[in-house]
Design a protein around this ligand. Structure first.
Ligand SMILES: Cc1cc2nc3c(=O)[nH]c(=O)nc-3n(C[C@H](O)[C@H](O)[C@H](O)COP(=O)(O)O)c2cc1C
Length: 334
């Protein structure tokens, strides 16, 4: 299984619709949505999506067992295929609220949250986490604990999740350094340790596991799939989305999709979304890299970028794109 990573400000419903036009095979994720946002926010705005996007996994972040339970229950009204808990995000904003990667220092609490999620839904409950953390936000009134970056710590964490019946894990093969590194640096600076992830799969062969972090080529994916059950792609999928069509082809899935097909598929979507009150340019914003590395990339970016003239609609922009972008790129098959 290949999945497209949860990415805040990227993997919204518009990006997911666009990805689904390119690949029917990948599992898509929402952005991280906090439990309090789901409990107190506009759930239609936060959680609704098109059936066409499916399968989609919902990622929740939280720190309070009761809130996590409530949020998972509320999300039951929407046809997500899986609910995932974020234990990987190193952002200060998230760690400062004791969510995300800092929770790796509190395996018992994470296990309780997973248990609560499993009580709230019959869907698979999964966790996305790091291989460890260095420094962390300490929960209020708690004693500082040691750094959680050894394999034994990771084993202990996963063993507890196993005991409460976690249905799957996505492991970002880096530790998160919680003091001093930005989220961006935390996706680049700590070295990748795929060997830790493989060892975990070996120690818990019955837990479905996917590996994540720094994976950008078909060949690398193929190598990981020899050991792991799945691979999660983040930045590569955003920076070069048509790669997903090439990947489908490489993995032997039947696909004949072209960039032209994707644009033609976007036309009725943009029209419908705008008629429902969505902003046309937001609907198309995450398609920005459709022509990554190809002739026409600059023109595509110019066409979809705001400001749009008053008279211009998404439909007109897409039709113009089909007429002006190079045919050999529009019609290239994976
Ligand atoms: C812009 C951006 C936003 C992200 N937001 C989230 C998020 O909401 N939840 C999460 O678990 N990880 C988030 N991540 C981390 C990715 O899911 C993924 O673990 C990371 O990018 C490493 O994978 P990659 O090397 O394939 O990009 C985000 C990454 C990026 C680049």
């Amino acid at each position: 299984m290949i999945s497209i990573a949860p990415m805040v400000d990227r993997t919204d419903r518009y990006f997911r619709y666009f990805c689904r036009l390119i690949s029917k095979e990948v599992l898509l994720y929402t952005e991280m949505i906090t439990a309090p946002a789901i409990i107190h926010g506009d759930i239609e705005h936060l959680l609704a999506f098109d059936a066409f996007e499916g399968p989609v996994a919902l990622q929740i972040a939280g720190t309070n067992v009761e809130e996590i339970f409530k949020a998972t229950k509320i999300a039951e009204a929407f046809p997500y295929t899986e609910v995932n808990l974020n234990v990987g995000c190193p952002s200060d904003r998230v760690s400062g609220n004791y969510m995300g990667a800092c929770l790796m220092a509190y395996p018992e609490l994470v296990a309780e949250m997973v248990q609560a999620m499993k009580e709230a839904t019959n869907k698979p409950v999964t966790v996305k986490h790091r291989i460890g953390i260095d420094g962390r936000g300490t929960l209020p009134d708690d004693q500082p604990k040691k750094i959680w970056d050894q394999y034994e710590d990771l084993y202990y964490f996963v063993d507890l999740l196993d005991q409460v019946g976690v249905d799957g894990l996505t492991i970002h093969a880096r530790i998160a350094i919680l003091a001093g590194l930005s989220p961006k640096e935390n996706r680049e600076v700590p070295p990748l340790r795929y060997e830790d992830v493989y060892r975990l799969k070996d120690d818990f062969p019955h837990i479905p596991m996917e590996v994540n972090g720094g994976i950008t080529t078909c060949e690398a994916i193929n190598e990981h799939l020899k050991v792991m059950d799945g691979v999660m792609l983040g930045r590569k999928a955003y920076d070069d989305p048509f790669f997903l069509a090439h990947l489908d082809h490489y993995l032997g899935h039947r696909t004949t999709v072209t960039r032209g097909d994707v644009i033609r598929g976007l036309i009725p979507y943009v029209e419908r979304m705008v008629s429902e009150g969505h902003k046309g340019h937001r609907t198309l914003a995450h398609t920005i890299n459709l022509f990554h590395g190809k002739r026409g990339s600059k023109l595509w970016k110019q066409l979809i970028s705001p400001p749009w003239d008053d008279q211009i609609t998404g439909k007109n922009i897409l039709k113009k794109a089909l007429l002006t972008l190079p045919d050999e790129v529009l019609n290239e098959r994976p």
